[in-house]
Design a binder for this molecule. Structure first.
Ligand code: EPU
Length: 331
């Protein structure tokens, strides 16, 4: 089996194998897509193959089959936290945005799939009189992406309310208790090659009107202080952990607001947002600007800024057996 697979890969039938795996799972597979169409920054190069599962079972099946046959793969949700470089990405992208299903409410719990929209979930939870995620209202992205990087804002982090999470392992769906996951600041203990399929959240009852009011307040704050409608990936860098410092404030004080390199600009609204403009914007413009900021930050503050967006290099996923990609975005 291994040698069979390897020889098929070596003799150029990799494409046929990918098509076969997708067809067997009943999943649409496409060529000729670009990260520029699939990410909110609207930059990034061509992708070898993109597959679009529509159910958790299909997503688990294709990811499992790719891993087993040594075909490199990577997961993308809404693409709202990824900066993919301009080169050709030679791996299979598993897009989770169609694994949406419906939000299933039962008492204080709600079960959703990874491709479900995070803003929609926040609205639905409020409507059902369930509190715990209203601070996240308006963060663009999918539930899967939010879980992957423990999205947070205005006092709420999604990891705080996860009862169980469904993860694809070896082609199957496994349920992992939320308490077994390490939920850190914009980071979790999930590893590359793990595919998050969905979760059950445990929320708290409260009056819908009160929840909605808190959500509106969070949204208003976001609208007043962060660019919206612009091509962004949210905050570009993490705040220095444990310091109480705001990276955005410090970049602002260094005079970077409005600074432009090619099609990338430091947002005049919030200096921790790098946004892109125009048809010719490239990932390398955003990266050059980000590296310039990091360099000056290092020099002037002695702090090594950590990226909050995920940087996806074209050659980032090795084609070895049983090692999927798994690097994800995607708030
Ligand atoms: N500030 C400035 N100039 C700027 C940006 C901010 O002076 O250009 C000041 C603000 O006026 C405020 C302080 O800095 O006094 C903090 O700003 P903000 O409230 O915007 O918080 P932040 O630390 O910059 C964090 C998260 C955001 C999240 C907000 C609200 C990170 C890296 N950023 O921003 O998350 O929305 O708090 O909870 O943790 C994201 O994850 O993508 C993101 C944007």
């Amino acid at each position: 089996m291994v040698s069979d697979t390897q020889s098929r890969l070596a003799t150029g039938t990799r494409d046929a194998l990918i098509e076969e795996i997708a067809a067997r799972a009943g999943v649409r597979a496409e060529r000729g897509r670009r990260f520029a169409e699939l990410t909110s920054l609207r930059v990034g190069g061509a992708i070898d193959w993109v597959v679009f599962p529509e159910t958790e079972e299909q997503a688990a099946a294709v990811a499992g089959a790719f891993a087993k046959t040594g075909i490199a793969w990577r997961v993308l949700g809404a693409g709202s936290n990824v900066l993919a470089d301009d080169a050709e990405h030679r791996y299979v992208l598993v897009s989770m945005r169609e694994v949406k299903g419906e939000a299933r409410f039962e008492g204080e719990r709600v079960s959703i799939s990874a491709g479900y929209s995070l803003p929609r979930l926040c609205v639905e939870a409020a409507r059902h009189g369930l509190s715990g995620i209203e601070g996240l209202g308006g963060i663009p992205g999918t539930v899967g992406g939010a879980l992957w990087m423990n999205a947070g804002a205005y006092g709420h982090e999604i990891g705080q309310v996860v009862e169980t999470i469904r993860v694809a392992r070896g082609g199957r769906i496994e349920k992992v208790p939320g308490s077994e996951v390490k939920w850190d600041y914009r980071h979790t203990s999930f590893r590359e090659g793990e595919l998050l399929l969905g979760a059950t959240l445990q929320l708290r009852p409260d009056e819908p009107e009160k929840i909605k009011a808190r959500m509106e307040e969070a949204k208003q704050k976001r609208f007043a202080t962060q660019p919206h409608g612009a091509r962004s990936a949210g905050c570009f860098f993490k705040n220095p952990p444990g310091s109480g410092l705001s990276t955005g404030k410090m970049i602002d004080e260094m005079g970077f607001k409005g600074e432009k390199r090619g099609g990338a600009v430091v947002s005049p609204m919030h200096a921790n947002f790098i946004v892109t403009e125009g048809e010719d914007a490239r990932a390398e413009d955003a990266l050059a600007l980000a590296e310039e900021i990091r360099e000056r930050f290092r020099r002037e503050h002695g702090i090594e800024l950590e990226y909050e967006v995920e940087l996806w290099g074209a050659g980032g996923v090795p084609e070895t057996k049983d090692e999927g990609g798994g690097t994800r975005d995607e708030k």
